[in-house]
Design a protein around this ligand. Structure first.
Ligand code: UDP
Length: 313
C-alpha cells in the first residue's frame, strides 16, 4: 500500500513508519518540524520505499498518485509543546484534520485520527473507557490540545457519517521509548535524562497523581491493528498498569544504580489530570491487542538508548 503519515518525524509516527516499511509498504512522511525531529527519520534517507515532504498539513497537500491509508499523527503532544505552540496545535487538529479528511475522500483512502486520552480531561472515572465523555476545562492550560483533539474526533465522525469516508479513531495514552524529545518535559524522558545526568528528579506536586505507561513498540502495533480493523468508533490504546509519578521516579532511579540524583518536589502545573488509566477491553476484544513489553524491560531499553546518546542538558 501507499501510506501517508502526518507528523512523520515525530516520536510515534517515526516508529510507525519503521513498522509499515518492514511490512513492505511505501510510506510518505509529512512534517513541518514544529516538534518533530530530523534525527528520527535520518535512518530513512536512503530507503527506496520512503519519501519525505516538509510541509504543514494546515495547508492543503497535493500528492500525485494513489494513497491507500492516511495516519494523522501530526500535533505537538507534550504539555510543554502544546502550550508553547497553542495556535498551531489548534490549527493542526482542526484545519489539518479537515484537509487530510478531504484528501482521504478524494483519494478514497482510509483515514486514522490519532486522538488522545486528553479527551477525557481530568477524569471523574478511573479507568477510562471509550464510553466516558470526559471532564475537560474548555479554557484551561491544556484546552488547546484537549478541545482540538475532541474537535478532530467530531470532524472524523462527521466525514464518516455524512461523506462516507472510511475512518478510524484511536485515543493514545502515555507512551514512552527511544526518540522522545529529551527536552519536551514529559515525565519518563525527563526522569531518565535527569537520572543519567545526576540532576534532581523533578516530581510535580506530591507525586501521587497516576499515569500508565505503554512502550512504543506495543503502541504502534496497536495503531496499525486499528487501521486494518473494521471498527469505526474510538479505541483506547495504552498500557493499563497504573502507577504514581513518584513510583515512576523510583523505578527509573532503581534502573540507574550509579545515579546521584535525588527526588525533589516542584509545583503542580494547572489542570494536570490526577489519574489516568486506559480501559483496554475494547482493544482486547476487537483487535486481540494488549501490551506485552513490561515496564522494567521498556524502561531499561530506553535508558540504554539515552545513555548511548549521552544526553547533556
Ligand atoms: N511530571 C512530573 N515531573 C516532570 C514531568 C511531568 O512530575 O518533570 C508529572 C506531570 O505533572 C503529570 C505526569 O508527570 O502528572 C505526566 O506528565 P507528562 O508531561 O508526561 O504528560 P501528561 O500525562 O500530563 O499529558
Amino acid at each position: 500500500m501507499r501510506i501517508l503519515i502526518s507528523g512523520g518525524a515525530g516520536f510515534l509516527a517515526s516508529h510507525l513508519t519503521d513498522l509499515l516499511l518492514e511490512q513492505g509498504h511505501q510510506v510518505i512522511g509529512v512534517d513541518n518540524f514544529i516538534t518533530g525531529q530530523r534525527e528520527n527519520i535520518a535512518h530513512l534517507d536512503d530507503v527506496d520505499n520512503y519519501r519525505f515532504i516538509e510541509a504543514d498539513v494546515i495547508e492543503p497537500l497535493s500528492i500525485s498518485g494513489s494513497i491507500d491509508r492516511i495516519y494523522h499523527m501530526a500535533s505537538p503532544a507534550s504539555p510543554i509543546g502544546y502550550v508553547k505552540h497553542q495556535v498551531a496545535t489548534l490549527k493542526v487538529n482542526s484545519q489539518g484534520t479537515w484537509n487530510l479528511l478531504e484528501l482521504a475522500e478524494k483519494k478514497k483512502a482510509r483515514f486514522l485520527m490519532a486522538s488522545t486520552s486528553e479527551c477525557y480531561g481530568d477524569p471523574a472515572v478511573n479507568p477510562q473507557s471509550e464510553s466516558y465523555w470526559g471532564n475537560v476545562n474548555p479554557i484551561g492550560m491544556r484546552s488547546m490540545y484537549d478541545e482540538a483533539k475532541r474537535f478532530s474526533e467530531a470532524c472524523t465522525m462527521a466525514y464518516h457519517r455524512e461523506r462516507g469516508v472510511d475512518t478510524r479513531l484511536i485515543r493514545i495514552f502515555n507512551t514512552y521509548g527511544p526518540r522522545m524529545d529529551p527536552y519536551d518535559g514529559r515525565v519518563v524522558i525527563s526522569f531518565i535524562c535527569q537520572a543519567l545526568n545526576d540532576e534532581d528528579i523533578t516530581v510535580f506536586g506530591d507525586g501521587r497523581q497516576t499515569r500508565s505507561l505503554c512502550y512504543v513498540s506495543d503502541l504502534v502495533r496497536g495503531i496499525n491493528l486499528v487501521m486494518e480493523s473494521d471498527f469505526v468508533e474510538p479505541i483506547n490504546l495504552g498500557n493499563p498498569s497504573e502507577l504514581t509519578i513518584l513510583d515512576i521516579a523510583r523505578e527509573v532511579l532503581a534502573l540507574i544504580p550509579g545515579s546521584k540524583s535525588k527526588i525533589v518536589h516542584q509545583p503542580m502545573p494547572p489542570d494536570d489530570p490526577k489519574v489516568r488509566c486506559p480501559d483496554i477491553s475494547r482493544a482486547r476484544k476487537i483487535l486481540g491487542w494488549e501490551p506485552v513489553v513490561t515496564r522494567s524491560e521498556g524502561l531499561a531499553k530506553m535508558i540504554e538508548y539515552y545513555r548511548d546518546q549521552l544526553v547533556r542538558r
